[in-house]
Design a binder for this molecule. Structure first.
Ligand SMILES: [Zn+2]
Length: 398
C-alpha cells in the first residue's frame, strides 16, 4: 500500500514538471511556429487554422506524455493487481479520451485565441467565458461523456434500492437518481460519487463497490454521498473554482505577456493572439493550477470531512463506515497514513487513517449533543415505502 501510494505521489509531481518541460521544448525548438505555419497552409480561416493547430499540438504533447500515462494507468494497476483490463481495452479508452479532448478543446482554444487577439483585458473575458463552460461541463458530462466509457443503469437490487429510498428521504433528498456503473471492466477498485446539476444530478455507485461492501457499509458510504448532495458541495466547489480562477486568469495574463515580450520572437510567436503562443499559455496555466492545488485540495478535504459527519449523523453506522474505509484502503492499496505534506498538497480526501480514527470516535448523539450537519427533515414521517411504490422504476428517489 505504501509503495503503491508513493509511486503516484512521485508521478503527480513528475507529470507537472515533465508536462511544462514538453511545452517549453515545443516553443524553444521552433516546432510551435512550424505547426502554426502548417495549419495556416491547410485552413483558410484563422479560426479553423487555430483549431487545427490545437489538434497538432495535442497530438505531439500526447505522444510525449504517453509513456507516463501508460505507466501510471496501465502498468502500475497491473503490477498491483488492481485491474484485469486488456491493453486493447485500455488503449480504446485512452483514444476515446483523446478524441473527446480534441473535439471539445479545439473550438475552446480557437475562441480563447480570438479573445486574446481582439481584447486588451482578455483575462476578464476568458474568466467570464469559463463560467458557462464549467456549468455546461458539469451538466453535460454525466449525460454525454461518461456513457462513452461505461454503461450506467438504475440500481438493480430491489431491496437495497428500497433501503436507499428510506435513507434518502431521511437525508431530506426530494428528488435524485442513483445509478450503478460497470467500472469492473476497468478496475478492481471501488468508489461512489455525486455528480451533475439539475436534470443530470445523480449518485453513482461502481459495481465493484456493490460487490465488495456489505449492506451496512453501503448505507454508510451512501450517507456520505448524500451529505455531498444535501450540503450542495458541487455548487460550492464550482463557486470556489470560479473565484480562485479570477485571480488565476489575472496572473496568467501578466505572465503570458511578459514571457512573450521576452522570448516571443525566438519562439516565432510574435503577437499574443498567435496560435504559436498557445504552448506558453498552457505552460503558464499548468504552473498556476499546480501552485493553487493546495487551496483546492484543502477545500475538498474540508467538504469530505463534512460529508463524513453528515453520513454518521444520518446513519449512526460508525463501525460500518470505518470498515468500509479499511476495505477502501486495502482494496485500492492506498497508504492510510501518507506524509502530511503530500496530504496537504494534493489529497482531495483526508487520509483514510484519520478518517477511520474520526468515524470511530464521532458519536455526539451518545452524549446528548446536537447534530452539526444533519437535521431530520419535516417530512421524514411520511412513509418512504409508499413514496417508493409511486415510482415503479424505483431509481428516482422521492
Ligand atoms: Zn466524498
Amino acid at each position: 500500500m505504501i509503495r503503491h501510494s508513493r509511486i503516484y505521489d512521485v508521478l503527480y509531481f513528475t507529470d507537472v514538471v515533465y508536462g511544462i518541460g514538453i511545452l517549453l521544448l515545443i516553443l524553444a525548438t521552433g516546432w510551435s511556429g512550424r505547426m502554426r505555419d502548417l495549419s495556416a497552409k491547410y485552413a483558410r480561416w484563422s479560426f479553423v487554422a487555430a483549431m487545427l493547430y490545437f489538434v497538432l499540438l495535442s497530438l505531439v504533447t500526447t505522444a510525449f506524455t504517453f509513456p507516463l500515462d501508460f505507466y501510471g494507468s496501465f502498468i502500475v494497476p497491473h503490477q498491483f493487481d488492481l485491474t484485469n483490463q486488456s491493453f486493447a481495452g485500455w488503449f480504446g479508452d485512452f483514444a476515446k479520451g483523446l478524441g473527446v479532448n480534441l473535439v471539445i478543446g479545439a473550438p475552446i482554444a480557437a475562441l480563447a485565441l480570438l479573445g486574446i487577439r481582439r481584447i486588451r483585458r482578455w483575462w476578464i473575458v476568458l474568466w467570464l467565458g469559463s463560467i458557462p463552460l464549467i456549468l455546461l461541463g458539469v451538466l453535460a458530462t454525466p449525460l454525454i461523456i461518461d456513457p462513452l466509457f461505461n454503461d450506467f443503469r438504475p440500481l438493480r437490487d430491489a431491496s437495497l434500492r428500497q433501503a436507499l429510498l428510506d435513507e434518502a428521504s431521511h437525508a431530506g433528498i426530494e428528488q435524485s437518481r442513483v445509478y450503478e456503473v460497470d467500472k469492473s471492466k476497468q478496475t478492481k477498485e471501488m468508489n461512489a460519487y455525486v455528480t451533475g446539476i439539475g436534470p443530470s444530478a445523480r449518485i453513482v455507485m461502481w459495481d465493484t463497490l456493490l460487490a465488495k461492501l456489505d449492506r451496512d457499509e453501503i448505507l454508510a458510504v451512501m450517507g456520505h454521498e448524500m451529505g455531498h448532495y444535501v450540503l450542495k458541495h458541487l455548487w460550492w466547489g464550482m463557486a470556489l473554482g470560479i473565484a480562485i480562477s479570477f485571480l488565476g486568469f489575472w496572473i496568467a495574463q501578466h505572465l503570458f505577456e511578459w514571457g512573450l515580450a521576452r522570448w516571443g520572437v525566438r519562439w516565432s510567436a510574435g503577437s499574443r493572439g498567435d496560435p504559436a503562443a498557445l504552448p506558453w499559455l498552457l505552460a503558464v496555466s499548468s504552473l498556476l493550477a499546480f501552485l493553487l492545488s493546495p487551496v483546492y485540495s484543502g477545500y475538498s478535504r474540508h467538504v469530505e470531512h463534512q460529508a463524513d459527519i453528515f453520513g454518521l449523523e444520518l446513519t449512526h453506522k460508525n463501525e460500518a463506515m470505518a470498515s468500509s474505509f479499511v476495505k477502501f484502503a486495502e482494496d485500492s492499496k492506498a497508504d492510510p497514513r501518507p506524509p502530511r505534506f503530500i496530504e496537504w498538497w494534493r489529497y482531495s480526501h483526508p487520509s483514510l487513517g484519520r478518517r477511520i480514527d474520526f468515524v470511530l470516535a464521532y458519536k455526539p448523539w451518545e452524549k446528548g449533543q446536537p447534530n452539526e450537519l444533519w437535521h431530520p427533515p419535516r417530512s421524514a414521517d411520511v412513509s418512504s415505502a409508499a413514496i417508493g411504490a409511486s415510482r415503479p422504476d424505483g431509481w428516482t428517489w422521492r
